[in-house]
Ligand binder design. Structure first.
Ligand code: NAP
Length: 244
């Protein structure tokens, strides 16, 4: 049932990206999955009849090679990203900041710029970018991530105006807490610290987020869902949650 064209999902090797690849395929897209851990991509691609390609969004030559291997693209889901560390600005790690800005901001820039010609040529292109509630809120010790997500959001929303009048849609997805490998990456593999983030509440699942992406992507071509903010019921903001 691959009649909706090709969808590219970056960061499809785990979490939201892997779930989005599965949901888009189930709804009629041929999915191209990109990430660094190609061994993780292959079984997902096989399961959904998609295509797995190596992609490091921080490496311009990797992005160029990836885009060359994707001649057709109707939907791009900029999902690759994440956080590293949770420290006050006074103790900020340059390496953490550089990783977050390279992956979330410049990664989104590189992949979007490389695929815009194919998206435009499809006659019905759509760019979905997964930012975060960290794109609209700030919190202590989180400036590296919140600043990167703010910048990624600004980049994404700017495209909406720059391509007004063209057959291109732009949707920003802003999730709150989602249980994925996100916190493991943020806390350098510390499993108990990562589990603590979701303790005492029911977080969103990657499938919950994938579902909203499919919703936005399957509206009629004249409908642009600009933003979707979704959080667990128990989370009121980035800093306020109810835990049992
Ligand atoms: P995740 O399970 O850690 O997934 C992150 C994905 O990004 C992985 O597939 C990873 O693949 C990919 N990635 C990281 N660096 C990359 C690079 N240089 N090149 C290509 N791919 C790269 O976490 P997730 O929660 O699903 O995160 C997905 C997106 O949602 C991120 O942008 C994150 O900021 C955002 N988000 C997450 C939450 C949350 O609470 N989980 C909330 C709001 C927003 P490889 O390591 O294989 O390359």
């Amino acid at each position: 049932m691959n009649n909706l064209g090709t969808a590219v999902v970056t960061g499809a090797s785990s979490g939201i990206g892997a779930a989005t690849a599965r949901h888009l395929s189930a709804n009629g897209f041929h999915v191209v999955l990109g990430a660094r851990r190609i061994d993780r991509l292959h079984p997902i691609a096989e399961e959904i009849g998609g295509t797995a390609l190596p992609l490091d969004v921080t490496d311009p030559s990797s992005v160029t090679a990836f885009a060359r291997a994707v001649p057709e693209c109707r939907l791009l889901v900029n999902n690759a990203g994440g956080a590293r560390g949770l420290e006050p600005v006074a103790e900020a790690s340059d390496d953490h900041w550089r990783w977050m800005w390279e992956t979330n901001v410049l990664g989104t820039l590189r992949v979007t710029r490389a695929l815009l010609p194919a998206l435009t040529a499809s006659g019905e292109g759509h760019v979905v970018t997964v930012t975060s509630i960290a794109a609209t809120e700030i919190y202590d010790n989180g400036a590296g991530y919140t600043s990167a997500k703010h910048a990624q959001s600004v980049l994404h929303r700017t495209l909406r105006g720059e391509h007004l009048g063209e057959a291109l849609r732009f949707t920003e997805i802003l999730p709150g807490m989602v249980e994925t490998e996100f916190s493991l990456t943020r806390f350098a593999g510390d499993e108990s610290r990562a589990a603590g983030v979701y303790q005492g509440l029911t977080p969103l699942t990657a499938d919950d987020v994938a579902d909203t992406i499919v919703f936005a992507a399957t509206r009629p071509a004249h409908v642009n869902i600009d933003q979707i903010v979704l959080k667990p019921r128990a989370q009121a903001s980035a800093t306020r949650a109810h835990r049992e």
